[in-house]
Design a protein around this ligand. Structure first.
Ligand code: NDP
Length: 267
């Protein structure tokens, strides 16, 4: 370089080459067999990562991993079995090497007026969307922190930002995840592990189609609240996930990134 600065470059300086590449990285994507998780997996494989998708249904995972091609693998795992989550990370690392990226994408929803939500309903959603997310994150973070390197992503929701009727447990779980992101980012970021959330807006998947079909007006209302005038595709979340997982986002931690066609401008 003319001024000689490049020669003084340290490992702390800007990474060389494609900063958005995930070549050589190992990623777990929970719920990666369907919907948003599957597209996150597709985008991460395209960016060069080795991806392990998880879920409860072997046939779904098998088909999805095959469609994703080389670089994609699956492990049948129910995240609500908290005692098995450390073993999941261990199994993945034994087969593929150190875990670089964890995407907490698996989640469940249920639409009921608050007064009809039973304790059982509430606990089931909190257990899957919150307790399991924490337990798996802790298992992964323990190993990442020891290596001083890693990225953790949470798939949150607009339900964490706004009062959306009939999703009281889901909103509580996603708001709690957003709180967790800030605390974990604060605790981990000085040790090389970044933690961020992506908050999808209205994304066309099985989950959102079911929700839209259960309420004919919902589609129109959702569209009116989306300045871009269209719903998102699962791949839109995938691209954001690749970015946040990459070196291109190396100074980003503790944030919740809305990927929502403008919903979060305000309802
Ligand atoms: P899907 O229902 O298609 O995907 C959910 C995935 O989670 C499935 O692959 C499912 O696999 C897996 N899963 C559910 N429970 C468990 C469990 N106990 N253990 C392991 N895996 C489990 O929905 P989406 O793709 O839409 O949702 C993905 C994420 O995005 C969720 O966290 C959701 O809250 C969030 N989101 C979605 C939005 C949308 O508009 N679609 C908007 C905002 C947020 P299996 O059943 O085989 O276990």
């Amino acid at each position: 370089a003319p001024n000689g600065h490049a020669a003084a470059a340290t490992p702390e300086s800007a990474p060389q080459g494609d900063v958005f590449s995930l070549a050589g990285r190992v990623a777990i994507i929970t719920g990666g067999g369907t919907g948003i998780g599957l597209e996150i997996a597709r985008c991460m494989v395209a960016a060069g990562a080795t991806v392990i998708i998880t879920g409860r249904r072997e046939s779904v995972l098998q088909e999805s991993a095959a469609a994703l091609g080389e670089g994609a693998h699956f492990v049948v795992n129910d995240i609500t079995d908290l005692a098995g989550l450390d073993g999941l990370v261990e199994q993945v690392e034994a087969a593929h090497g150190p875990l670089d990226i964890l995407v907490n994408n698996a989640g469940i929803n249920m639409k009921k007026p608050a007064l009809e939500v039973t304790d059982e309903d509430f606990s089931r959603i909190i257990h899957t969307n919150l307790n399991a997310v924490f337990a798996l994150t802790r298992a992964a973070a323990q190993r990442m922190l020891a290596r001083r390197s890693g990225v953790i992503l949470m798939i949150s929701s607009m339900a964490a930002y706004y009062g959306i009727d009939r999703v009281v447990a889901y909103a509580a779980s996603k708001s709690a995840v957003e709180g967790m992101v800030k605390v974990l980012a604060s605790e981990f970021s000085s040790q090389g592990v970044r933690v961020n959330a992506i908050a999808p807006g209205f994304i066309e998947t099985e989950m959102s189609r079911t929700a839209m079909n259960s309420d004919p007006d919902r589609r129109d209302r959702a569209m009116r609240r989306t300045p871009m005038g269209k719903f998102g595709k699962p791949a839109d979340i995938g691209h954001a996930a690749v970015f946040l997982a990459s070196e291109g986002a190396r100074y980003i931690t503790g944030v919740s990134l809305p990927v929502d066609g403008g919903n979060s401008i305000g309802f």
